[in-house]
Design a binder for this molecule. Structure first.
Ligand code: SF4
Ligand code: SF4
Length: 210
């Protein structure tokens, strides 16, 4: 008798499983049959690809990075290496002021090092895409790219100079169409304001970046 109940219970679990399979089978697919179907930019937007630097709003080819090294410390895989930009040489005026300060017995004020990276290297072959660097960055200078077509034939292909990559991305970006000039009389007298380039954090990188 017990074996009959167990058989009925087993059959019922089979029916339940088949019911779930049947329901899911009838739902529209959420995956793309690549390469037969092209991945849309909307679908690629949810893809977490290799990290990339985010440029300044006013100068997209320059990163927001202030070379604080927090991402280097936060990365558990040691795949980020950043160096500070070198301190600029003092101008003749600054040299003169420093010499005068020294002559007066004061401590000369030297040029401060710029808060910018000199190099920013990222080894994607070591990256686990954990996001610790993105969370650690205090100026939101790191984001995940959405490049789904990245390919390479050797490990070195995935070691990125992120500064160069950002500059290439900014250069490849199409310029915004200029708005049509309005014939407002007060606009003619207003001083011309610089047009800031739009910031696109996390926008897709070209497939050719690899
Ligand atoms: S996503 Fe994680 S593993 Fe990859 S670079 Fe950032 S901190 Fe390192
Ligand atoms: S990317 Fe962000 S966390 Fe990394 S060095 Fe630059 S400012 Fe610091």
């Amino acid at each position: 008798m017990a074996s009959i109940f167990r058989t009925i219970a087993d059959l019922w679990s089979l029916v339940v499983g088949l019911g779930i399979t049947g329901r899911e089978f009838c739902k529209p697919g959420v995956t793309v049959h690549y390469p037969r179907a092209e991945v849309t930019p909307e679908a690629a937007a949810s893809f977490r690809g290799p990290i990339e630097l985010i440029g300044l709003d006013r100068e997209p080819s320059k990163p927001k990075c202030i070379a604080c090294m927090l991402c280097v410390s936060a990365c558990p895989s040691n795949c980020i290496s950043v160096t500070r930009a070198p301190t600029p040489k003092p101008t003749p005026e600054e040299l003169k002021a420093m010499a005068e300060a020294e002559a007066r017995g004061e401590k000369p004020k030297k040029p401060a090092p710029p808060k910018a990276p000199g190099t920013w290297i990222y080894d994607f072959s070591l990256c686990s895409l954990c996001g610790s660097c993105v969370e650690a960055c205090p100026v939101d200078s790191i984001g995940f790219s959405h490049d789904i077509y990245m390919v390479g034939t050797k490990r070195e292909d995935f070691v990125f100079d992120q500064l160069a990559r950002l500059a290439r991305k900014a250069a490849a970006r199409k310029p915004e169409p200029k708005p049509a000039a309005k014939a407002a009389p007060e606009a003619a007298t207003a001083p011309a304001a610089p047009v800031a380039a739009p910031s696109e954090p996390g926008t897709a990188t070209p497939a050719s970046e690899a």
